[in-house]
Design a protein around this ligand. Structure first.
Ligand code: AVJ
Length: 348
């Protein structure tokens, strides 16, 4: 099979659906743009972020194939407790979750390498439930490689991947299923969203679910700021590389000329907003051009660019917010330190 081409144009979407080695067990829909016009449309958020003061960029631009790879490396860092902690929770409670949910169709937002998801897939398989898995990710390379691997590991799994943003994927029509849907949004990706955007996405997720469907949400919780700051300033510099890779991603995607060595990674905890803030600081006054976006940007010396917020949640507040969008929590799973929370909700 030819390698999956994440830059297929929208008009090729249907034509570029991948029918995998597993025959009709694999479909991949690509909703990303590739023509100049579409890339410009895609990059409207980049233009907005770089022309508004203070400057910022959407965290989704971390995740080109190299960025997804660097994130995988972050998850193995000694300082980065998040993935390890959530994995332990899934390991301990996946069977209970499968028991509560029953046979279903699992749609995962931001599936990445689907490593933690395997605990759920294993639990559903163990229970004898058939399962359709719909991984959604902006990184097409990682999604396809993961899907191919899953077909081998799970001989009766049907995979329908969607390469695209959450927005595009949630409104993308999928074949109907006789089973309830379980939307999984784990890994604390919700923490990237400011409170208002967070409410909007939760409401959007709720709107795509039928009463009785499920939502599984994994979030990082408030804790000692020292622990938090270490997790985003690792001693091996992997987080710094991950952060700066956003600039190389913009360079190739939008024909830009960011000089990475003229920028620096910085992460600080902001207790008032309960969030770690990740910045790319400009080490000198400089001008950057993004040809494909017709954009010229000036940076002052030491000017910060906010590349990510990583919010740390309080279980009681979050549960209220979920209830407000018709997704009441039916069970909360956590670790012994209450560092991370996994919330199983059911659409009312
Ligand atoms: C993938 C959003 C959960 O916020 O911890 C890791 C991304 N950024 N190190 C996080 C990230 C820097 C991560 N999330």
């Amino acid at each position: 099979m030819p390698p999956f081409n994440p830059s297929a144009t929208r008009s090729q979407v249907t034509g570029s659906q991948v029918q995998g080695a597993g025959g009709d067990r694999l479909t991949i829909d690509c909703l990303l743009a590739a023509t100049t016009a579409e890339a410009q449309e895609d990059g409207a958020d980049v233009v907005m972020g770089l022309t508004t003061q203070p400057k910022s960029l959407p965290p989704k631009y971390f995740y080109d194939d190299l960025g997804s790879d660097l994130f995988e490396q972050i998850t193995a860092l000694p300082e980065y407790y998040l993935t390890r902690t959530e994995t332990a929770i899934l390991q301990a409670y996946a069977a209970e979750i499968a028991g509560l949910v029953g046979p279903c169709e699992l749609l995962e937002l931001g599936s990445g390498s689907s490593t933690k998801t395997r605990y759920l897939l294993n639990a559903f398989r163990q229970a004898g439930y058939s399962l359709r898995y719909i991984p959604v990710d902006v990184s097409g390379g990682m999604l396809e490689a993961t899907a191919q691997q899953l077909l081998i590991e799970y001989p009766s799994l049907v995979v329908h991947g969607v390469v695209g943003t959450y927005d595009a994927a949630l409104s993308h029509p999928l074949p109907t299923s006789p089973y309830p849907r379980l939307i999984a949004f784990i890994g604390s990706t919700l923490g990237n969203l400011a409170p208002v955007e967070c409410q909007t996405l939760l409401a959007q997720i709720s709107a795509t679910l039928q009463p009785g469907d499920y939502f599984l949400l994994g979030v990082d919780l408030e804790k000692d700021p020292t622990v938090l700051e270490l997790a985003y300033n690792d001693s091996q510099g992997v987080t710094a590389a991950f952060n700066l890779n956003m600039l190389s991603h913009l360079n190739w995607r939008f024909h830009g000329n960011f000089q990475l060595h003229q920028f620096q990674h910085r992460a600080v905890y902001n207790p008032a907003a309960s969030q770690v803030e990740i910045y790319i600081d400009s080490l000198q006054a400089q001008t950057v051009t993004l040809q494909r976006l017709n954009l010229v940007v000036n940076f002052a010396q030491d000017e910060p660019l906010l590349s990510e917020i990583s919010r740390k949640f309080k279980l009681s507040t979050l549960s209220e917010e979920l209830k407000a969008v018709n997704l009441p929590v039916i069970k909360v799973f956590t670790d012994k330190n209450a560092w991370f929370g996994l919330l199983l909700c059911q659409k009312a």
